[in-house]
Structures are given as structure tokens and as C-alpha cells.
Design a protein around this ligand. Structure first.
Ligand code: RRO
Length: 304
């Protein structure tokens, strides 16, 4: 029997519409497995590059009102090391999506091939990290380049491709359109919002990198607006990301147009139990509203 909560995102079969967001607990097979056991319908890894990268000096994460501010600086062991580590484990009980970052279409294509050697069922292209030189949003705010990157990745591999977009632009729908034209199978919206915090005693920026990305409840209304606008612009599915903490947040994202939601910061603040809380809450909401299938919620706010 097909569950009322099952969703398909770009041919990926999820038992429910929750996913682990990139960047949290996504660096090892063991932690990814814990997230699947906690109920996530799919998991996204920390962003991987062709080569290992150390990341920025500490502090790299700071708690602020309404969420977390981070400037990790894309620390990762490199795609080949990750592939060796993950292959030594039993397959996960949910699709693994590998997040990748690079600076040119050619590099993205090469990296995409290597990333699929990890057993990934799909890839999420990170063209949206808000504080990295030559990668992330520096390439992902140029819609022409986004289209070329997606096209090159689609030429290089046969796998569902999600493209994670930055909200730090005047018009995110231009980027979504470009990703769709390049052949993207889904859009993830949004990455973190460029932000800063200052220690007033020392009068110095707190983060080692000074500028970072804001996540958590404070960015949710921005993410909802982005998902809403993108839903009116493209045909491909949208995965909502940005401050999802409760089942009500998940429903709101789906009503805005998201087919699934990613959870990140809420894991740090509430723990892994957040997945089951969201899943059971959405299910109870559907029962109360006599909604037979979770897909019926997607985009509902556009019909009024
Ligand atoms: O590693 C990071 O500093 C980071 C990444 Br790759 C990203 O995409 N978004 C973010 O807020 N931080």
C-alpha cells in the first residue's frame, strides 16, 4: 500500500516529505544512518568538492536570535575520501543525495561523476554558499552560469539533479528559471541568508570569517516567499529549506509550493526527534482536514 505521506521528487522515492538539509550530520555514513533511522525520507550530505578542504578558522558557528549564523567555509574530506567511507557501510534505508560544489561547469561535471560513485541516488548542486570565494553564491548568482553548470552536469551523469539556490539576489525566480532551462529536476530553496554578528565588548565580528549565513526560524518567511515565487515560475518540483522546525512549518512550505522540506538548524536546537514530530504532525493535520494524499497540500496557497 502506498503511504499517504510518500512523495516522488525528480524520480526519487521518499516515504515521507522530510529530508536532512545539507551541512548538518552529513559527513559520515554513521550520522546519515542515524538521520534515516530518525525518520527522514531522504538525506543530503555536507557539500563535497574535488579536493579536501579545511574550512575557516573558529568560531565557525554562533547562536543568534532566531537561529544560527555559520561560516564553516565548506570543510570536507573531498569526494574520493567520502566515497571510500560511505561504501564500507550498509546501504542507507532512504535515498542519499550528495551535495557538491565547484567553480566551473567542467569541474561540476567531473565532480558529479565522482559523487555518484558514493552510491548517491541524486545530486544537489550547491551554487549558493553565501560566503565562499569562487564557489557557491559567487557562481550561483549568475543565471547564465547556473544554466551552464546544470547543463554540463546533466550531460555528464544520469541522475536526478537538485539545484540549491541563494536568496541573496534581487530575483530568485531568474535563477530557478535558468536551472530549469539547464535541465534541473528540482530546485532546493533556500540556502542561508548573508548575515553578521558583532561582539560589542571587543567591537569585533564574532565569526572567524566575519560574514556568514543565517539559518533557522528567522529566515523562514524569506524562504516561504522564495518558494512561493518559484512555484509561480517553474514546473519542476521545489524542496523547501529554511527554518523548518515544526509540522506547521512543513505544511506552510508545502502550501507555498514545496513538494518536500529539508530540516537543518532544528536538528541542532531540538534533536533528531524533530523528524517524527513533523511527520506525525502532518499526518494528523491531513486526517483533520480530510486530505487523502500529502501531494494535495502542495501549492494550495496559490489557489485562493
Ligand atoms: O560550509 C559552509 O560554510 C556553508 C555552506 Br557549504 C553552505 O552552503 N551554506 C552555509 O550557510 N554554510
Amino acid at each position: 500500500m502506498i503511504s499517504r505521506l510518500a512523495v516522488e521528487i525528480a524520480s526519487l522515492q521518499l516515504t515521507n516529505p522530510t529530508m536532512l538539509a545539507a551541512g548538518i550530520l552529513g559527513m559520515s555514513g554513521l550520522t546519515l544512518n542515524q538521520v534515516v533511522e530518525a525518520g527522514a525520507g531522504a538525506v543530503v550530505t555536507k557539500s563535497l568538492g574535488l579536493k579536501p578542504r579545511r574550512g575557516y578558522p573558529n568560531p565557525t558557528v554562533v547562536q543568534v536570535e532566531g537561529g544560527l549564523l555559520n561560516a564553516m567555509g565548506l570543510p570536507n574530506p573531498g569526494v574520493e575520501h567520502f566515497a571510500r567511507e560511505i561504501k564500507s557501510l550498509d546501504p542507507l534505508g532512504a535515498p542519499m543525495i550528495v551535495s557538491i560544489y565547484a567553480s566551473t561547469p567542467k569541474e561540476f561535471g567531473l565532480l558529479a561523476k565522482k559523487a555518484l560513485n558514493t552510491g548517491a541516488k541524486g545530486l544537489e548542486l550547491n551554487v549558493s554558499c553565501p560566503h565562499a570565494k569562487g564557489v557557491g553564491a559567487e557562481v550561483g548568482q549568475d543565471s547564465k552560469l547556473v544554466k551552464e553548470i546544470v547543463r554540463e552536469v546533466k550531460r555528464s551523469v544520469e541522475a536526478p539533479i537538485l539545484v540549491k539556490l541563494t536568496p541573496n539576489v534581487a530575483d530568485i525566480t531568474e535563477l530557478a528559471k535558468a536551472a530549469e532551462k539547464g535541465g534541473a529536476d528540482a530546485i532546493t530553496a533556500i540556502n542561508t541568508v548573508r548575515a553578521m554578528a558583532i561582539n560589542i565588548e571587543t567591537a569585533k565580528p564574532i565569526l572567524g570569517n566575519k560574514v556568514g549565513g543565517l539559518s533557522g526560524p528567522a529566515v523562514k518567511p524569506i524562504a516561504i516567499r522564495c518558494v512561493y515565487e518559484i512555484y509561480e515560475t517553474v514546473e519542476i518540483p521545489i524542496v523547501g529549506c529554511g527554518g523548518v522546525t515544526t509540522w506547521q512549518d512543513a505544511v506552510e512550505f508545502m502550501q507555498a509550493g514545496a513538494s518536500a522540506v529539508q530540516v537543518g538548524t532544528a536538528i541542532a536546537t531540538r534533536g533528531l526527534a524533530v523528524f517524527k514530530e513533523i511527520i506525525y504532525g502532518v499526518e494528523a493535520f491531513m486526517k483533520r482536514k480530510k486530505i487523502g494524499n500529502v501531494k494535495e497540500i502542495v501549492g494550495l496557497s496559490h489557489r485562493s
